[in-house]
Design a protein around this ligand. Structure first.
Ligand code: LLP
Length: 421
């Protein structure tokens, strides 16, 4: 069933906690995550045998801990993400694999780690198979396949097709299976993540490709992973994902393969955004309001150092105002920008950098502006550009508020630097 989302442009609270209280207690900018929304999203995916969280979307160890306590396994794309998962209580090994390392390369640190800890690897290049095979023959691996086509909310998030660097090119499958056999690596699973923002016509194509690829590998296949890319609503006009329909398509694919191979096949899903996008609110304070000719600007204390999706992809995030003083019932068309010394530091922009405006309540300096649906690829893509500290992160769980990362201090900004001599 799909549900139409409604975003309001006025907000007073998050999960019963007033914005004013949150801002006073933690300062701004602060990311606030609502734990219940994450739990609700997890429940929606329970039909899958394994829900594996793509932690690149939000890797705070408190979020990973919440995932783990709710039976969600984890994907890691770097040695750093493996370290986070372990710190959040995931074991290195188990059945099914608690942590899977998925990438297109091993840097030296990651190769050493997966060999040492016997981590399961999902290989995205022939070189990964070769390098793992040399150091750890005899293991099981899965292959991430680029089926030759892809999909994405922007050209930068499309992960399939000839222009993508991701995965093993479908025509090289047999060579890779041979390469694995040379090192006695058995190929036990296939993985296809072909972009963020899936539609059903496209998904049927992916399922067909998965079946065809699995047949070419043969009955050693015991897991298939649908990857991530499940859409999540960012606008009033976006409908939520029809999870049942999504599951049915993949389940049918799995069942056909089970019938052909004569054994059971585990069906995995690997979402990032779907699990965490909607739980996240970036609370900012409006620090200046100014007009430039016909344009009116709200300048807030968060910039693309805190949330890079608008400047990178022209991504749209719902926004709301929390009045600190008197509420206004008027709205106005405004451009929302940040504090950085760079003209592109605008939250209301389209792909290609075209600045646009948004109809928002008439606000005053000191009111808060909340950038919503910011729980995925928000904090994790932050930078210290302009020597701005990373924001604080807060997890709200019902009546409980937990500071899960403190705001950086000035000395954090220069930690590790030194002056020669
Ligand atoms: N699995 C693999 C192998 C992936 O590469 C990705 C995302 C996912 C799962 C999770 O995809 P999701 O369910 O979150 O769409 N920074 C961009 C998104 C980049 C996605 C990269 N890979 C954004 O902010 O939209």
């Amino acid at each position: 069933m799909t549900v139409q989302q409604q975003f309001s442009t006025v907000r007073t609270e998050i999960c019963g906690h007033s914005i004013q209280e949150l801002a006073t207690k933690f300062g701004t900018p602060t990311y606030v995550y609502d734990a219940q929304i994450i739990r609700d999203r997890i429940e929606q995916l329970r039909q899958f045998d394994v829900i594996r969280f793509a932690q690149k979307a939000n890797s705070n160890i408190a979020i990973l801990d919440l995932m783990r306590k709710n039976g969600v396994l984890v994907d890691a794309v770097s040695a750093g993400e493996v370290f986070r998962a372990k710190t959040a209580g995931y074991e290195y090994n188990g059945q099914p694999d608690p942590i899977v390392y998925t990438a297109d390369i091993f840097d030296r640190e990651a190769l050493e780690l997966v060999v040492d800890k016997n981590l399961h690897v999902n290989c995205g290049s022939p070189d990964m198979i070769e390098q793992l095979g040399q150091k750890a023959p005899g293991r099981s691996i899965t292959l991430r396949i680029n089926p030759g086509f892809g999909h994405g909310h922007s050209a930068k998030t499309n992960t399939g097709g000839e222009s993508s660097k991701h995965g093993i090119w479908h025509e090289q499958l047999e060579n890779c299976v041979e390469l694995a056999a040379k090192h006695e690596l058995s190929v036990t699973g296939l993985h296809m993540h072909i972009g963020s923002g899936t539609d059903f016509e496209h998904l049927s194509q992916v399922c067909e490709s998965m079946k065809e690829t699995a047949r070419r590998v043969g009955s050693s296949i015991t897991t298939i992973s649908a990857g991530g890319g499940l859409p999540t609503p960012y606008r009033d006009t976006d409908t939520g994902l029809d999870v049942d329909r999504y599951y049915q398509l993949w389940d049918k694919t799995r069942k056909e393969l089970e019938a052909e191979f004569g054994h059971s096949i585990s069906l995995e899903i690997e979402p990032g955004r779907f699990l965490v996008a909607e739980c996240g609110f970036l609370i900012t304070e409006i620090r200046a309001i100014k007009s430039m000719g016909a344009n009116q600007f709200y300048l807030v204390d968060a910039g693309f150092n805190n949330l890079a999706r608008p400047i990178l992809y022209g991504a749209y995030h719902p926004m709301s105002v929390a009045f600190a003083g008197d509420a206004s019932s008027e709205t106005q068309s405004v451009i929302v920008g940040g504090p950085l010394c760079e003209s592109g530091d605008i939250f209301t922009q389209e792909e290609g950098g075209f600045v646009c405006s948004r109809e928002l309540p008439g606000a005053a300096v000191g009111d808060h502006l909340i950038i919503e649906c910011a729980g995925a690829y928000g904090y994790v893509m932050s930078s210290n550009y302009n020597s701005k500290p990373f924001a604080a992160e807060v997890l709200v769980d019902g009546s409980q508020l937990h500071l899960i990362r403190r705001r950086q201090s000035p000395s954090d900004l220069i930690a590790g630097e030194s002056i020669p001599g």
